[in-house]
Design a protein. Structure first.
Length: 644
């Protein structure tokens, strides 16, 4: 505690010494100017016939009085679009001189000198290029109109953070920054959580209360409407629907929406990869459900094993979560025609940037779905945008309200993707402004990528709040402020600001009163919103949902073709079996006929043999008979006479 007090005392002493040195220099300049003025007055008096001594005395006294009052404050040149306070040097130069005015003090009214701290802030936020106005310096509780605070457009692709407790003015700061970007010709995407940013399309209405705020800031306020495109995540009335396909959304973001663990997330990646390799377009949740159904069916189990051995139980969990998301209305976010993020990079006919106000309906009921969908928009922009490097102004600025919802329950791989996108997208000319309640809501790896900071008031009502306050203080550059005290005592519409200057160095920490937005600070009326939607060039392209041929139809056709092929195979097998049976029967019949013929032949052979035997016997009998007859005849011829 003692070290902190000593450091504060040293800083205060150094500041006072610097102020004293600057005051001495300014006093010397003032005395020299007074002497020149006295001389000019004396010469003028002598030429006009006025007694020289009288004129010189009066002029000298007036000049000395002016010098004692302090030198005229230097006014910072206006390089910013919008309604930033500025010194109207043109009007001062054009004002007619009063010939009857003799006193030098009447020709140049004295102004309060800037303190050393104010001069440091003025110089720290001076920019050669365009500046996005934020507000004016607060010193001892009073605004210093001549010291303006803003963000150089050239460094806005280094990203920024707008933080603060509820009700401290974050949304109005977001609106002011969006208006300034539009006026500078830079389009922006603004997430509208509460539905009160559609008023950007209507000019604001002035009043006594507003003048009480703007007049001390030196803000020349005038109500102004801006070119606005009304968008809505999913389908619904009053805005152009923003959809995408499941394939384009990707398994990593979808796993966060479904609440899958690391194992299930890996399984989902393999399933989507299989669908891609099979040429199955995943357009909506029905397509994803059809693919998972197929892979868990008897017909798809072999393919499921072929893509990495995903457990059937894991696939079942994914299927149940997809079905639950569809039952909760998740179908409205996915489908065709898919939104082309290049439509966010538009300017109006008058050269102002188009502000795309993206409605997030029922955010607190479906925070993971909606915040992750917004992250998809950013990732798609990153993938489709060309490299442009550092330019004098960004191509698009992305305002991410309620950013803490994006990081809630996020996996390491998801956070890694967010960090990679935030780090690399700056080379695409795209800036991101995270809007949340506390810097601690944003992971350190992401917070380290944010070059600008607009910190509204923080509360320290609980030990957790106190720790968050302490951590927030440590993220600011060294300054003469007691930031722990300042951050807890800021009023609504006040903030502590530090950004990256054009040379990449952080600007001095400045307690700032934020300027008033020029558009309606609330929802637009129904008539104005309806007119804006009717004039939208995007409504005709995205309003009507279409149902192209996708995984559901392709799988159904594939299953039908498989069924037809199976039926044809079965019929072919039946015909083959029938043919085989016929052939078998024919063969059997032939065999039987052959056997019968063989039998007949055998019988014929046997008959022939028997006939041959009979004929042989007959021949033998004949021969025997003939032999007997011949023998008898011979005997008779020999013995016949004797017998007789």
């Amino acid at each position: 505690m003692t070290d902190t007090t000593d450091d504060s005392a040293s800083v205060e002493i150094a500041r006072l010494r610097a102020e004293a040195a600057q005051a001495e220099a300014e006093a010397a300049e003032a005395r020299a100017a007074a002497a020149r003025a006295a001389l000019e007055a004396a010469l003028a008096g002598e030429a006009g016939g006025t007694p020289a001594g009288t004129t010189q005395g009066n002029a000298t006294q007036d000049a000395v009085t002016e010098a004692d009052a302090g030198p005229v404050a230097t006014t910072q040149a206006d390089t910013t679009p919008g309604n930033a306070p500025q010194a109207d040097a043109t009007q001062a130069a054009a004002a007619p001189a009063d010939d009857t005015q003799a006193d030098v003090t009447e020709t140049a009214a004295p102004q309060a000198a800037l303190s050393a701290h104010a001069a440091e802030i003025r110089d720290g936020y001076a920019a050669e290029g365009a500046l996005l106005p934020v507000g004016v310096l607060l010193e001892d509780g009073a605004p210093v109109p001549d010291v303006r605070v803003g963000l150089p457009l050239a460094t806005l692709n280094r990203h920024a953070l707008v933080a603060g407790a509820t009700g401290t003015g974050k949304t109005r700061t977001l609106q002011l920054m969006a208006e300034g970007l539009s006026a500078a010709g830079v389009p922006a995407l603004v997430t509208d959580v509460k539905g009160d940013l559609t008023g950007l399309l209507q000019p604001g209405t002035g009043g006594e209360k507003l003048r009480e705020r703007t007049d001390p800031l030196g803000q020349d306020w005038a109500g102004t409407g801006f070119p606005v495109e009304l968008l809505r995540v999913g389908e619904g009335p009053g805005a152009v629907p923003v959809r995408t396909t499941v394939s384009d959304f990707g398994p990593l973001l979808l796993a966060k929406v479904l609440g899958l663990n690391d194992t299930q997330e890996s399984a989902l990646q393999l399933i989507v990869h299989w669908a891609d390799t099979e040429g199955l377009a995943l357009v909506d949740l029905g397509d994803l459900r059809s693919v998972v159904d197929h892979l868990t069916s008897d017909a798809g189990k072999e393919e499921l094993r072929g893509i990495g051995g995903i457990a059937t139980s894991t696939a079942g969990v994914i299927l149940r979560e997809v079905s639950a998301l569809a039952a909760q209305g998740g179908e409205e976010f996915f489908g065709e025609p898919a939104f082309d993020t290049a439509d966010l990079l538009r300017t109006a006919a008058d050269g102002r940037g188009v502000l795309s106000v993206l409605r997030l309906p029922d955010l607190h009921q479906r925070p993971a779905m909606l915040s992750t969908f917004v992250m998809w928009l950013l990732a798609d922009l990153f993938g489709s945008s060309p490299e442009v490097g550092d330019t004098d102004r960004p191509r698009l600025v992305f305002f991410f309200d309620e950013a803490h919802l994006l990081f809630a329950d996020a996996s390491k791989e998801f956070l890694s993707q967010v960090v990679r996108t935030v780090r690399l997208i700056r080379s695409k000319g795209i800036g991101i402004v995270f809007v949340t309640q506390s810097p601690t809501d944003v992971p350190e790896a992401v917070l380290a990528q944010l070059g600008g900071r607009v910190q509204h008031a923080l509360r320290a009502h609980t030990p957790k709040d106190a720790r968050a306050l302490k951590e927030a203080v440590t993220t600011f550059p060294t300054s003469p402020y007691d930031l722990a005290e300042v951050l807890t005592s800021l009023g609504t519409g006040e903030a502590v600001v530090t950004v990256l200057a054009e040379d990449g160095a952080p600007t001095p920490v400045a307690v700032t009163r934020v300027l008033a937005p020029a558009a309606v600070m609330g929802p637009a009326d129904d008539e104005a919103a309806t007119a804006a939607l009717a004039a939208s060039p995007l409504a005709g392209r995205y309003a009507e949902r279409v149902d192209p041929e996708s995984a559901t139809e392709l799988l159904a056709a594939r299953m039908e073709a498989s069924a037809r092929a199976a039926a044809a195979q079965a019929e072919a097998e039946r015909l083959a079996e029938e043919q085989a049976r016929i052939e078998a029967e024919r063969q059997q019949a032939d065999d039987e006929r052959l056997e019968e013929m063989e039998k007949e032949l055998e019988a014929a052979r046997r008959r022939e043999e028997r006939e041959a035997e009979r004929r042989a016997r007959q021949r033998e009998s004949v021969l025997t008979s003939m032999a007997r007859t011949a023998g008898t005849s011979i005997i008779r011829s020999i013995l016949g006479n004797r017998r007789r």
